[in-house]
Design a protein around this ligand. Structure first.
Ligand code: IVH
Length: 737
């Protein structure tokens, strides 16, 4: 093989790899149908990288290896857009949309461009909540990318945009001589969450929302950072467009202007540029309907008539175009699209802040033209904002059932996510510190869908001088007991237990809930009154309530009182699991409560069990066992159980599951070293559950030593004493696992 042959084959291999990688990118990011694993993709990339390293002369700017990020820059150059990037007028109410449709319909009727049914045809799209960018392709290659800027001049972010895998570096198929693609750069919500987790771990800046994260990532001076940010791109329009006789380019000049072409727009000094490169639509209009003489209808020709067909065409060039588009007719079609997409908003992987309606016919778009900086043929129909800013008036604390103290933000009322919000959760003390939220701050409040409103973070620039940090109170605002925060816990707690009216109310609400004792007719307001009047001091007091006394409470009629007493009667014969769940023991959910019931068969048996015995229950680990033991260790909790019994609450009988013979009954085991699969805790739990004991030191009484990797002195001692030595598998066998 001659040197030249060798070069050729390397060059060819490089080409094959580039085209394969670009295909995979396209399948993954544009079609959402990947056909190879990440590992396979990485292998292709590594091969290409090493070939290029060995043959640097073969590196081209559109090689996928060049996406990793070029050298940092000290600032961005300005880019004057060949065709201005306009914005959209907004519609908030149905009436705004009706008015828009009427204006459009009237103008088109005047121009004789009316459909048979008199309805205007629109393309309806999502309004991506990201950043507008313009990507310029010349001869099918990405040559420049720019931000919107003021619409006339933006910033050159080519190196950053190159790092986005969803942006093709070369167009596919028959490309035009010049194409400026307009679209939005954004970040998926899940990617945003992950990015913030990484940022927090590294002690780097936390972003308040995906849009901010996308903006920050796009405006990085170091493209290597942008390369690590999960940015995506969706095309929704075009600017300059020149079809021509470039090799591989479509055969003719494109006889239409981009949607942003605006030779009639007064604010567009550069309109002439667009004009020069784009033939006049009026004179070339007929060409749009012609077909090439020697073949079937030219797909590139058919697209010339509508916005939707243009976007379909962009997709054939390998550009990501949102599949969530629809061609609709008349105002009803628009509003239906709005309702439908609004309902699915939370299910989309990225944020949208509305939908966009565009008159579909490009001819009609030209007739409608532009007003100031926005087209007359399109409008954005906004959803109610999910984020708003307001003032943080105060931070108060709420006491939960287990005494957990939750800081709650008291806000100047703000309309967000379709409701007026006055309170929002701040989760816990650390969260407040992490977000650096202070009383008096202007804060961003978010309410997405049915999720409870939360404070996203402060607007630092607007912080008043007298803003003050939150201080966790030392005493419970309800019962004045001490507030404690254990070292390894995020949550501070009121130590008042059932002495605290707040905890009592929550305990009773919890006990009455559907999955617990299911006491119908015991509403929140009534619970508040019963606790506040001291009539109900503990759960047991509920079961002594009489119709006559209930009548004395607000909004209590005889019928409701009788129903409630009947419900209490029914609730006094619960399944044991429900009763255990109703007690509100920390870490004991419905499932654990049911397992406890099956294992022990009575409340008394559960109360009598120590931690070691509790560990034998299915799925009960040290944390849960500790919590149960602590709960019943408290005299007042035992009293509640006895009082319940005295008030006639008797669980239905349950059959205790026969755990079968306990394989390790009476045997003591010692654990040492690291086991391949089980942690020390896990192994301990299994041994206890099998009736065995775990000791910390080896003696003659030791039945088995379970030795993992790096076992030390215990192994030596066990060997000396002749103790049977097992590994993890041996232990599993012993347990019958
Ligand atoms: S069309 C001539 N379509 O909304 C109008 N814009 O408020 C050009 N946007 O700057 C825009 N999704 O960043 C259009 N499907 C969509 C869009 C969209 C989001 C953004 C874009 C623009 C802003 C206008």
């Amino acid at each position: 093989m001659t040197a030249t042959d060798g070069e050729m084959s390397v060059a060819q291999r490089v080409e094959v790899l580039r085209s394969q990688i670009s295909d995979h990118n396209h399948r993954y990011y544009v079609l959402d149908q990947p056909t190879v694993s990440d590992a396979e993709y990485d292998r292709l990339m590594v091969e290409l990288q090493s070939l290029e390293e060995a043959h640097p002369d073969l590196i081209t700017p559109d090689s996928p290896t060049q996406r990793v990020g070029a050298q940092p820059v000290s600032g961005f150059d300005s880019v004057r857009h060949a065709v201005a990037m306009l914005s959209l007028s907004n519609a908030f109410e149905t009436e705004d949309v009706e008015a828009f449709n009427k204006r459009v319909a009237d103008t088109l009727r005047g121009a004789g461009l009316t459909n048979n049914d008199g309805l205007v045809e629109y393309e309806a799209e999502l309004k991506f909540d990201g950043l507008a960018v313009s990507l310029r392709y010349e001869q099918g290659k990405l040559v420049q990318a720019a931000t919107r800027g003021d619409g006339q001049t933006g910033e050159d972010i080519t190196s950053n945009i190159r790092t986005l895998r969803s942006v093709p570096l070369s167009l596919r198929g028959e490309y035009p001589v010049v194409l400026e693609v307009r679209g939005e750069v954004l970040m998926n919500r899940a990617d945003f969450e992950r990015l913030n987790e990484t940022q927090q771990r590294r002690g780097d800046k936390i972003f308040v929302n995906p849009r901010n994260a996308a903006a920050g990532s796009l405006r990085q001076l170091d493209p290597r950072i942008t390369a690590q940010r999960p940015l995506r791109f969706y095309a929704y329009g075009w600017g300059e467009l020149v079809l021509g006789d470039a090799p591989g380019a479509t055969a003719k000049q494109m006889p239409l202007s981009g949607q942003q072409r605006h030779q009639s727009a007064p604010t567009a000094p550069n309109a002439s540029t667009a004009h020069e490169t784009q033939p006049d639509a009026q004179s070339e209009g007929q060409g749009a309907l012609q077909t090439l003489p020697d073949q079937a209808p030219d797909p590139a020709q058919a697209l010339r008539n509508t916005h939707s067909a243009m976007l379909d065409w962009l997709a054939t060039l390998g550009l990501p175009v949102s599949p969530s588009r629809e061609v609709v007719r008349g105002v009803d079609g628009l509003l239906q699209f709005y309702e439908n997409r609004g309902g699915q908003r939370q299910k989309l992987p990225f944020d949208i802040d509305g939908v966009v309606y565009k008159v579909n016919s490009l001819e009609a778009q030209r007739v409608l033209g532009f007003v100031a900086r926005a087209p007359r043929f399109a409008i954005a129909h906004k959803f109610p904002a999910q984020e708003e800013t307001t003032t943080l008036l105060d931070i108060e604390v709420q006491v939960g059932r287990t005494g957990a103290i939750t800081p709650v933000a008291r806000l100047k009322p703000v309309f967000v996510g379709g409701v007026t919000v006055t309170n929002a959760t701040l989760h816990n003390e650390d969260e407040i510190l992490r977000k650096d939220v202070r009383i008096g701050d202007t804060v961003i409040v978010r309410r997405a869908g049915d999720v409870i409103p939360e404070v996203v973070g402060p607007v630092i620039e607007l912080r008043p001088e007298n803003a003050r940090p939150f201080v966790m109170p030392q005493h419970c605002p309800v019962c004045d007991s001490a507030i404690e925060r254990l070292e390894d816990e995020a949550i501070a707690r009121c130590t008042g237990g059932l002495f605290c009216a707040a905890q009592r109310k929550q305990t009773i609400r919890h006990a009455a809930s559907r999955k617990a004792l299911d006491i119908e007719g015991l509403g929140e307001k009534l619970v508040d009154q019963l606790v506040e009047s001291d009539r109900v001091k503990s759960l047991a007091d509920l079961f002594t309530l009489k119709v006559e006394e209930l009548l004395l409470y607000e909004r209590m009629g005889r019928k409701s009182a009788e129903n409630l007493v009947a419900a209490l009667q029914r609730a006094s014969k619960p399944e044991l699991g429900r009763l255990l769940y109703a007690l509100g023991i920390r870490h004991v959910g419905e499932t654990t409560a049911r397992d406890l019931a099956l294992h022990f068969g009575s409340v008394d048996a559960v109360m009598a069990a120590d931690e070691e015995v509790l560990l034998r229950v299915r799925d009960v680990g040290p944390v849960v066992a500790g919590s149960i033991a602590r709960f019943f260790g408290e005299p007042h909790n035992r009293e509640v159980v006895h009082a319940l019994e005295a008030a006639g609450v008797r669980p239905r009988a349950v059959e205790v599951s026969d755990g079968g013979a306990q394989p390790l009954e009476g045997k003591t085991l010692v654990l040492t070293g690291t086991m391949p699969n089980w942690t020390r805790d896990e192994a301990t739990r299994r041994i206890l559950a099998a009736g065995g004991k775990v000791s910390g030191s080896v003696s003659k009484k030791t039945a088995y030593l379970v030795a993992g990797e790096d076992a030390g002195s215990k192994l030596t001692k066990a060997t000396e004493l002749g103790v049977t030595i097992l590994d993890e598998d041996g232990l599993k066998e012993l347990l019958g696992d």
